[in-house]
Design a protein around this ligand. Structure first.
Ligand code: ASP
Length: 583
């Protein structure tokens, strides 16, 4: 080994030991005839002290060294005169006897500090330097622990980790596939899996009983913030279970992870139906770290002469505590946000319940004081509170209010950062209407079992599906699956697939269902998002070693990039390529 200890290891009990350390130069300070180097490795920092008294050549050597040089130091551990209580090794220093440069470094284009001066693009390009910084390093260490604890917990419950293929068959259902041309079978393509869904179900048919995999998934979607074209799932499936078994098993997993990794004891998860989540919070992933539950005011305020209310399908409000003192300017700011394209409301109405008991609203002219008091009462308002109201078409208004609720909580800084609000959202609709494609699509995926039979209005059918939500983020989702061919066939039919199309795309699964498919169900968690929540960061790029940027590019390795004509030729793609180059 080129070292005897790491840069985090030495303590006062090691005084007088002769040691060799190796690492990166974090900082160099000169103070009279002494020079100090902060030497860093993955584990920590140790102070190295160079003095000409020990070796007359040392300072000369030190002059050639700069930040981020890789050096090896031989010396003796000594108690420090000025101890540094902020550093675990702060009681000692190494009196260097020899210093050797193992490799020099260019001056880094940004500082390798917790708060760096580098912009996002620059840091992505020099990801290896960014990864040297503590915040990223600590995130990756936490991610490692999460994966390890996941394996321990699931292994203890008899789950087997089984790999499934990356080169699979393209299925247009769901998001867009990444495809890979097959050289050996010209004109045909593999797809990269959006998830191992069908394989894990087939493993259940094969009798493996409990499966999991920490697995990369690929979706060629337009990148929104917090999305990556490749991301990691903790993918799980179980045989002979009902919904309750899955909820218990995986609530257990998340509790185990929070305890093992963060030493947090999570309370029993709340449960809420999709319908309730939409009606109360305007979202299927409500953030329950704060209240601001919707108050339904349609009965109270509709048909009283205010046309935007009278023509609305729904009128909803949120009560905000102690904000009756909000200034005109603040309310204008909120209104502007509500009307911005992001939310798209036509306006925002307020009713203030002032401290002195009086009422002031933006629609005083249209309502009697009693009507306004009834609305305040419905919201359980107290003196000092304000009621903010949106109206319009039902689903749109619920969603708008849902977004406005998040905006406002953020604006008022009333989201507690030190709690984790975990819940299950249950009873999702089986299908939703895709306006763009003008057809019904599965809300979860087409293998999800319905609750009850498939007769009745398509919009009213419910799925035996569940999502786990933490702090307003969907961290996991799954369902009890269909395990018999006629029901699966009927679902494909409702999705508008002909029998022929369904067989072509999913025949392998339907056939498998005819060879003794057990009842089964499962779930998949987004490991990136779960890690981000535990690391208190908003962006999953901070918890992925080598992420893509917002344009789906890895700017460190410059991907995606062009390939040679020879490669295209081998793949039988020359014709298309030459067409492209003419355009
Ligand atoms: N495969 C599903 C997904 O990726 C999760 C599941 O149903 O288990 O969303």
């Amino acid at each position: 080994m080129l070292r005897t200890h790491t840069c985090e290891e030495l303590r006062i009990k090691d005084v007088n030991k002769k040691v060799i350390l190796a690492g990166w130069v974090q900082k160099i300070r000169e103070l009279g005839h002494l020079t100090f180097i902060d030497l860093r490795d993955r584990y920590g920092i140790t102070q190295i002290t160079l003095s000409t008294d020990i070796n007359p050549n040392l300072l000369e050597q030190a002059h050639t060294i700069q930040r981020e040089y890789v050096v090896q130091i031989t010396g003796t551990v000594r108690e420090r005169e000025n101890k540094n209580p902020h550093l675990s090794t702060g009681d000692i220093e190494i009196m260097a006897e020899n210093i050797k440069t193992l490799n020099p470094s260019h001056t880094p284009p940004f500082t390798i500090e917790d708060n760096t001066d580098g912009g996002e693009e620059l840091r992505m390009k020099y990801r290896y330097l960014d990864l040297r910084r503590n915040p990223l390093k600590n995130n990756l260490i936490l991610r490692h622990k999460l994966a390890l604890e996941t394996r321990k917990y699931l292994d203890s419950l008899n789950f087997l980790e089984i790999e499934t293929p990356f080169l699979i068959k393209s299925t247009p259902e769901g998001a867009r596939d990444f495809i890979a041309p097959s050289r050996m079978n010209p004109g045909t393509f593999y797809a990269l899996p959006q998830s191992p869904q069908t394989f894990k179900q087939i493993l259940m048919v094969a009798g493996y009983d409990r499966y999991f995999q920490i697995v990369r998934c690929f979706r060629d979607e337009d990148l929104r913030a917090d999305r990556q074209p490749e991301f990691t799932q903790i993918d799980c499936e179980m045989c002979f279970v009902e919904r309750e078994d899955i909820l218990q098993t995986f609530e257990g997993l998340i509790k185990h992870l929070f305890k093992a990794v963060k030493n947090i004891d999570l309370p029993v998860f709340q449960r809420i139906t999709y319908e309730q989540a939409m009606n109360d919070y305007g979202s299927d992933k409500p953030d329950l770290r704060f209240d601001m539950k919707f108050v339904h005011l349609t009965e109270i305020l509709k048909n009283k002469g205010l046309s935007v209310f009278d023509t609305a399908e729904i009128i909803i409000g949120i009560k905000v505590k102690n904000q009756a003192t909000a200034t005109r300017k603040q309310i204008d700011e909120w209104t502007e946000f509500a009307k911005s394209p992001k939310i798209g409301a036509s306006g925002l109405v307020y009713i203030k319940y002032n401290e002195d008991g009086s009422i002031k609203s933006s629609v005083d002219k249209f309502f009697t004081e009693e009507q306004l008091r009834t609305a305040l009462h419905a919201a359980h308002s107290q003196k000092g509170d304000i009621l903010l109201i949106l109206a319009g078409e039902k689903i749109k208004t619920l969603r708008r209010m849902g977004q406005f609720r998040l905006y406002l909580a953020d604006y008022l800084k009333c989201i507690p950062q030190d709690i984790s609000a975990c819940l299950w959202v249950l009873d999702f609709p089986l299908f939703e209407y895709d306006e763009e494609e003008q057809r019904w699509v599965s809300m979860h995926h087409p293998f999800t079992s319905p609750i009850g039979d498939l007769s009745g209005n398509i919009a009213g059918l419910k799925a035996n599906a569940y999502d786990m939500v933490i702090n307003g983020s969907e961290v996991g989702g799954g369902s009890i699956r269909i395990h018999n061919k006629p029901i699966q066939k009927k679902v494909f039919e409702l999705l508008g697939l002909t029998e022929e199309e369904a067989m072509k795309q999913f025949g392998f699964l339907m056939n498998a269902f005819e060879y003794g498919a057990p009842p089964h169900g499962g779930i998949a968690f987004g490991l990136d998002r779960l890690t981000a929540i535990m690391c208190n960061t908003d962006t999953i790029r901070d918890v992925i070693a080598f992420p893509k940027n917002n344009a789906g590019k890895d700017i460190m390795i410059d991907a995606p990039s062009e390939v040679s004509d020879k490669q295209l030729e081998e793949l039988g793609l020359v014709f298309k390529a030459s067409l492209n180059s003419k355009n």
